[in-house]
Design a protein around this ligand. Sequence first.
Ligand code: FAD
Length: 482
Amino acid sequence: MKKRVIVWFRRDLRLADNPALTAALGGGFDSIVPVFIHAPDELGDWAPGGAQRVWLHFSLEALAAQLDSLGSRLIVRTGPTQETLDELIEESGASAVYWNRLYDPLTIARDKKIKKHLDDSGMETASFQSHLLYEPWTVETKQGKPYKVFTPFWKSVRDRTISAPLAAPNTMPQVWSRIGSRSLASLDLLPRIDWDKEIREAWTPGEDGAHDRLEQFLDDAIENYDNDRDRPARHGTSYLSPHLHCGEIGPRQIMHRLEEWLDEHSGKALQDHAASFRSEIGWREFAHHVLYHFPDTPEKPLDERFEAFPWSGDDEGLKRWQRGQTGIPMVDAGMRELWATGYMHNRLRMTVASFLTKNLRVAWQHGERWFWDTLVDADLANNTLGWQWATGCGADAAPFFRIFNPARQGERFDADGEYVRRWVPELAKLENRHIHEPWKAPAKALKAASIRLGTDYPEPIVDLKASRREALEAFDRIKKSD
Ligand code: FAD
């Protein structure tokens, strides 16, 4: 019989399809020590933001309860990871440490160092793939380069066989009672003032919550995914992003469950909706591959011309954008949804990002940072790709000249104004035809809806047409310097 093994949980807060845990259980050890080490300083500027911390608290609580129910216990520690692992090895007499791999630059650098240190100390170490379907170093163009365009990337991998997800254990060995754990509360992940009430109401972090979301999506939304995924007032998407970020469910599990479900439900249209959904999971893969190959992109544009872009430095505009007080209903609705629930619909993420970087000409890194602090699904790979995509400076980005007009976006994707009315109640009584451009509504219509522009709801902080033109002129300047 071997001694003990430490299973180091990170962003894989689940028991099913957790290859590090399965290997530990099947590895002939007499005990397993499941540990989560809270070491935010090691992630530099990209330590979890406010909303992510709330999520993490509840996700860890859920994992701890699951482990308890199987006879095990989650050990929670804080401090520099290497030293903390050393202490735990000493206390538990462990001879091995297992974990699942992550792909952001600071984590890779830290994990390499820790692996070397453990190997040098004679420990057995093993890391596993669970966070992605395809590891970044296994996908390349015919020229041996990383893909920068999504469609050929996805075509090159989407037919690869995805191995079956691993089952969750039914029982686990006890953890020695003398191995101490900190309380979750002592990690101080929850805010002191209670701003997270709606986040708590809107979500159920944890592995069970993730699977419930997936089932709800399959039951209610997949059959119209391709149409409804663009309508922010409908619950037309899966809402799996924060669960995926924390690894409460893995992409392999989602892909397999989808196939299983499709076997029981037939129809060409359904196959098309499923293909669209799979390709969104593909975008997540692509984002992680781009970050792996271009680790500077959270700070620097992939298209270097944008380093010279004349950003406006409009601090007041940035503040109004953050608070949902720009006077542009679709933008304000998106920003308020984000603040209240920690989530924003993808259509709105694109719209508010285009507005910030193009109409206000505020550098994309400010928007990226705000999202980082406020999104429950804040994810370095997806957020970086999303912001660089919307700005027009990243991998497979929308061209800079594609400037979303938020009013037209509203007319197309929120035609009856339901989404705007939900998040901008000041405009609730305004007729549909004015709801996306209240500044163009005749005085009579505003009066009938009890709105005084500039008092009850702001005047627009920019002229959409003029700011669009100025953005294109600014872009011309960096194009010429090419
Ligand atoms: P679904 O439509 O149900 O998609 C299923 C899954 O596919 C998602 O959970 C997600 O993991 C993945 N996915 C979907 N769209 C994308 C995409 N465009 N890029 C990468 N993965 C995708 N997503 C995050 O998870 N974290 C972020 O921090 C993040 N920041 C973004 C910032 C901007 C400016 C933009 C434009 C997009 C951002 N996205 C981010 C991508 C996308 O908006 C969200 O993944 C999606 O809205 C999550 O909702 P869902 O789970 O219901 O998506």
